[in-house]
Every structure is written in structure tokens, then in C-alpha cells.
Design a protein around this ligand. Structure first.
Ligand SMILES: [Zn+2]
Ligand SMILES: [Zn+2]
Length: 314
């Protein structure tokens, strides 16, 4: 197990809707949603957009370098949390190479959208007619499970995979000792079947991942409470206020927030830092950098998430 006194966040994919591998877009990044978290010796991956592919490739390199003998190589253990099953949050999953390794243990959690289990949704969307192999042909020890707001995931010190439990008091979601705890909140502010928002807590630090959600007038109070005092709030910021309210092509009701909405919720939650995330695919580097400069003048603890950016919470 790796160094346990660690809580790092690395943005692997920050783009909303679809990848933008285009000149003028690559400083902020062209890959769709994926955030790598290394916490307490555990690897947690938020969403499986195309950003997960480079992460999988790096994990494979380390795995191969760990031994010449296949069976004594350090196994890859990862927990993937899916916000929802729109294509930009799952389209990298098939190409996550650790799935091809017998010794990998991969656990995937998310909500049961459209009255289907997550397992069925993944199987139909990613391993149906659009991909050459079946989900049953995956070599890794893979389990795909539903999770609800009333459940939490707990990583113990010597357990590479989390166990799920219902929680009955607020104390249950406060980690003790070396525990890492994941709690979640369902938001219905994303058409048509909502989105799961996750909080990862370790020692006295936490991070909240809230992508693909539209905000409400006066901030999203449920989210502000869920994310209260968090060290890092990663929040959907797909549109400028101008595009959101465009009289010709308004984006109201599309299930995404503006930069202002993200700031409003971060302030209501008293989040220590805010990462803007999930940018409209038409916004290039120049536009996003100007937007960042403008909003840092209003809320100094905000920044534009960009591909490859890494920060430590502990
Ligand atoms: Zn999205
Ligand atoms: Zn979506």
C-alpha cells in the first residue's frame, strides 16, 4: 500500500459534453470528465470520461515496471465513482487498460438511473453493439454496484476495496483514524434523471465533486449543506452568464451552471477552494483564461481546473 498520509487531486479530464482535441483548447484540456484522487493509500476515480484513459495507461506502466513476473506485479486497485451515465462521463471506461489485467480489482459505484441497475446500464451502453467485447470478457475482478444517498463507502487501512453501509447519524460520515469515507447526494438538477454528487473525507479534509448540475436562485442549499466547509468544491461551470441567459439560444434548464452559480454555491458552503469544471466545448483556452482572471477578482479562492493540474489537500 502507498503512503497513507496523502490526499491528492489530479484533473485528468475537465471538458463538458464531448472531447475537444483541438488547437487552442489543449492548455485547459480536451478530455472529458475524470478526476484522480489518491487518498490514504487508495485510488478513487471520479467519472470515466476520456481523461481516464491516460490514467489507466500510467497505472499499467507502473504495474508492468513493478516486476518481470506477471503474477508478482503489484495489483491495480481502483474505485470509480460515476456521477451519471451521460456519454461524456463513461466514454473512456472501455479503454481503461487495468480492466484487462487479471489481478486488478475495480469497483464501480453510481446511481440506478432510468430504473435500471448501474450494471445493466454500463453493460448496455458500453458493451452492447458499440464495442467488440462483452462485459463478461473483462479479465479484472470487476464489480459494478448501485449506491444511494443513505449509504456510505468506507475504506479501511488494510482493505483495498471499500465496503458499503447505511449510515444513521452524522457521526457515521466523519472518518476516524485512517478511514476514508465517501458519502453522496443525489441532485435532480440535471435532465432527465439527475446526478450523484460525491464527498470524499479523510482525516479532517474533504473534497466535493458536483458536476453536471444546474444551480438554483440563491444557491443550491442542499448542496451547500452537503459541501459545508469543504476544502475543495469541484463545481459544474459550463456556461458564462451571458450564454446561459442568451435571448436567442438560452441554456436555462440544460442541467448546467454558470461560473457565477458555482461561486454562489461555494460561498454558501463556505468552501475553502472552488475549482470551475466541465467547460462548454466551444470555450477555448483564451476565453477560459480571461474568465478565470475576471472571477478571481470576485472570489480569490477559485481557479479553472485544467488537465494535468494536481493539488494536495493534506
Ligand atoms: Zn457532462
Ligand atoms: Zn450530463
Amino acid at each position: 500500500m502507498e503512503n497513507t498520509n496523502k490526499f491528492t487531486v489530479k484533473f485528468r479530464g475537465i471538458r463538458g459534453s464531448y472531447p475537444t482535441p483541438l488547437k487552442g483548447f489543449l492548455q485547459i484540456g480536451g478530455n472529458t470528465s475524470c478526476v484522480e484522487i489518491n487518498v490514504g493509500g487508495h485510488l478513487i476515480i471520479l467519472d470515466a470520461g476520456t481523461g481516464i484513459i491516460s490514467l489507466g495507461n500510467e497505472l499499467m506502466k507502473k504495474h508492468i515496471a513493478s516486476s518481470d513476473d506477471f503474477f508478482t506485479r503489484t495489483p491495480i486497485n481502483a474505485t470509480i465513482l460515476l456521477s451519471h451515465i451521460h456519454s461524456d462521463h463513461i466514454q473512456g471506461f472501455n479503454f481503461f487498460k487495468p480492466l484487462n489485467i487479471l489481478t486488478s480489482k475495480i469497483r464501480v459505484f453510481g446511481s440506478s438511473d432510468y430504473n435500471e441497475s448501474l450494471q445493466n446500464n454500463i453493460q448496455q451502453l458500453l458493451y452492447g453493439k458499440s464495442f467488440p467485447i462483452s462485459i463478461n470478457d473483462i479479465s479484472a475482478d470487476l464489480e459494478i454496484s448501485n449506491i444511494t444517498e443513505s449509504e456510505i463507502l468506507i475504506f479501511g487501512q488494510n482493505n483495498p476495496i471499500p465496503f458499503k453501509k447505511r449510515f444513521i447519524s452524522a457521526d457515521d460520515i466523519i472518518p476516524s483514524g485512517e478511514e476514508v469515507i465517501i458519502s453522496c447526494m443525489k441532485s435532480f438538477a440535471h435532465y432527465p434523471d439527475g446526478v450523484m454528487i460525491y464527498k470524499i473525507s479523510y482525516k479532517d479534509k474533504s473534497l466535493v465533486y458536483a458536476t453536471d448540475k444546474e444551480s438554483y436562485v440563491g444557491a443550491d442549499k442542499k448542496l451547500a449543506f452537503f459541501a459545508r466547509n469543504t476544502d475543495l468544491l469541484i463545481h459544474d461551470s459550463q456556461y458564462t452568464g451571458e450564454d446561459y441567459l442568451s435571448p436567442i439560444a438560452p441554456k436555462q434548464g440544460f442541467g448546467h451552471s454558470t461560473f457565477e452559480m458555482a461561486i454562489e454555491t461555494a460561498k454558501a458552503a463556505q468552501a475553502k477552494k472552488l475549482a470551475f469544471f466541465h467547460f462548454d466545448p466551444s470555450y477555448d483556452d483564451e476565453k477560459l483564461k480571461n474568465i478565470e482572471k475576471y472571477y478571481q477578482g470576485q472570489f480569490e479562492n477559485c481557479f479553472m481546473a485544467y488537465e494535468g493540474f494536481e493539488t494536495e489537500l493534506l
